[in-house]
Write a protein that binds this ligand. Sequence first.
Ligand code: NAD
Length: 398
Amino acid sequence: MSEQAGKPRLGVAMIGYAFMGRAHSQAWRTAPKFFDLPLAPEMTVLVGRNKQAAQAAADQLGWSDVETDWRAVLERDDVDLVDICTPGNTHAEIAEAALAAGKHVLVEKPMANTVAEAESMAAAARAARAQGVHSMVGFTYRRVPAVQLARQLVEAGRIGQVRQVRAQYLQDWLADETAPLSWRLDKELAGSGALGDIGAHAVDLTMFITGQRFAGVSGLLETFVPERPVAESFTGLHGTGGSQRGPVTVDDAALGIARLESGAPVTLEATRFAWGRKNALRIEVTGTKGALAFDFEEMNVLNLYEAADDAATSGFRRILVTEPEHPYVEAWWPPGHGLGYEHGFTHQVVDLINALAEGREPSPSFEDGLHVQRVLDALERSAGQESRWTQIEDTERS
Ligand SMILES: NC(=O)c1ccc[n+]([C@@H]2O[C@H](COP(=O)([O-])OP(=O)(O)OC[C@H]3O[C@@H](n4cnc5c(N)ncnc54)[C@H](O)[C@@H]3O)[C@@H](O)[C@H]2O)c1
């Protein structure tokens, strides 16, 4: 890091520039404009395999330079951090090489495609940390103000001891059987289907809000549509298929019953076949004194029920989480003006930069990412053994 405009600069290299690359770009661009950060992030270089397309993306998204091989950015002195926005099959190799080259790493979720990869990444992160090099996993939904408030309320004991959790991530973009294949439906590239793509968020949110790890799980996986048209074009989550067809090698839906380390039962559901549910990441946490409920489709709202309220007027209180007293909100708009999907990514950059400037590991760490991977893996193994109860051996904490 070299000094620039009074603040040390943080040179960023971002790999991949499609869905997440665009979201991360806007976060790197916006964070220093709305938050007073201790480091000045610089959008130094974007990596894409096709030079022309990468250059066009860099121009549009605000990156200064382009490389066509991610290895090249590890050699550059003007790069301090590598931001990995590529499919899961590439995460371990890039993250470990970047950490070994002394670059901080932000990697998208799920952290890896297998537990073995995740273990190796967590070991690399531990070794790097000893050298002052840090890593973080992009479980962005932790950065939604209503989710942060939920965590604060649980920590403060407002709902008492956690008794039960209901965590769901519901989408419907694959419910149409003619929706084409993409890397998300290929086990080699994605590791798993709904389980790792969106179930990972439900697992992480449960961990974050309750402050607990998982102890064991029983799972069920289902693939409703085993074959689909091969994509002729694809952007975001949607594409156009041709006449050629190919196999779906991942789950379409993942279900689980689990226990947290306290013994509290959790029901988990992840599906991309829930007609009408577009991005319904929902969590309801029931405690001994009350309950909390969140649904990303109403992301500015947290619902709180307090059992001690007068019976005649009790009910879920709809908290509009847009007050300056709420996490992150003061930097944005007046009460009631609302935040959107992209703000979570901006908050992620803010938290990452603050942690780096203070020389501490950001959260969620690679150990957290490893635990999520263990939960996904245990659920998948359980599903392969008629839903047998499967213990999760993992007590590593950052
Ligand atoms: N945090 C979230 O809420 C969230 C949301 C969506 C996706 N994701 C995660 O982000 C990651 C990327 O997903 P996406 O939706 O952006 O995918 P995408 O298909 O939209 O984009 C992937 C990008 O990676 C590039 N790429 C692939 N292999 C590469 C390589 N070897 N070298 C350089 N570039 C390469 C592609 O060209 C493309 O630009 C995945 O891990 C996914 O699970 C996270």
